[in-house]
Design a protein around this ligand. Sequence first.
Ligand code: KIV
Ligand code: ZN
Length: 380
Amino acid sequence: MTKKVDIFDTTLRDGEQVPGCKLNTEEKIIIALQLEELGVDIIEAGFPVSSPGDFESVVQISKAIKNATICALSRAVEQDIKVAGESIAFAKRGRIHTGIATSEMHRVHKLRLTEDQLLEKAVFCVKYAKTFVEDVEFYAEDAGRTDNVFLAKVIQAVVNAGATVLNIPDTTGYCLPQQYGEKIKFLMENVKGIEKCTVSTHCHDDLGLSTANSVSGVFNGARQVECTINGIGERAGNTALEEVVMILKQHSHLGYDTNINTKLLAKTSRMVADIMKMPVQANKAIIGDNAFAHSSGIHQDGVIKHRENYEIMNPLDVGVDQSTITLTARSGRAAVAYKAKLLGYNVTKDELNVIYAKFIKVADKQKTVSDEDLLAILKS
Ligand code: KIV
Ligand code: ZN
């Protein structure tokens, strides 16, 4: 039986916190509608107490979205929770995401609370959020650096208080995949009633491990992954939605599934990059410009003979029309002949030798050889 993993997208909250990525209500609605079409289960629409503009965005997204759950973030503060509750009042399905930091580092040096005071606040925020909405997600900020025994104590308390979703963030991107997986496993085995809740991952990318950690969380019992389009988010970013979804799809033998229509990944990525003015690096997995581009002679020859020699995914599955062969000084005869054929020239072996000699002279002078450049060579 397949195990459904909920995709919780926080592009409009964790992603939007990034300097330069701030969106107005109209832009947020455009992205939210695209996320719904993509098949995201939960859209974290904002942090409503942070500004009147963000409150209004959450209200309007709640009205516009038909299927996905709309989630509003709050701290463990009465006013935050009240405003979050009001912001999702129009949602078909609404959720309040509330919580507090649990690591000793944050408890002592940020919150300045005792363990008992922290436990009291955690229980309070869940119970108060429950007066607005049934679906209440609790986050244990900096859970990645929290001692597992204390973390289990906090999580047990919020499960008893009625939390429906338990978010275990690796806020600082500190954990190793095995360590994060063990943390989730420890909670699954030591918190009574946890099986009635959904356990969630929320991993940041400070060491480049956010995707690996999220997947490790899933393998150990998490059934919700918090992520963003293109992996945008605080500092080095959040877990990239497209990466987690394609990992679970490409390894479908493991039995995990999501609701995501992967054919919309490239379009969604472009939309978010354009609206947020946050370009995607060319070598980004799944949706970077070079993700399906082949430039060295050995690879090009292999792809031309059989695409799967160098591609583990079909580009069409993520909404990219086709793989590309980019001609550079590292390209071989096979790629030049292939490109020439696409341009309408079927060249013989002898002709190819002459063309290739001209090609390599041009290629050595520039970074890439365009179709126009090749046409000029073919005609010369
Ligand atoms: O990284 C984090 O811990 C967060 C929480 C607010 C969920 O973004
Ligand atoms: Zn975060």
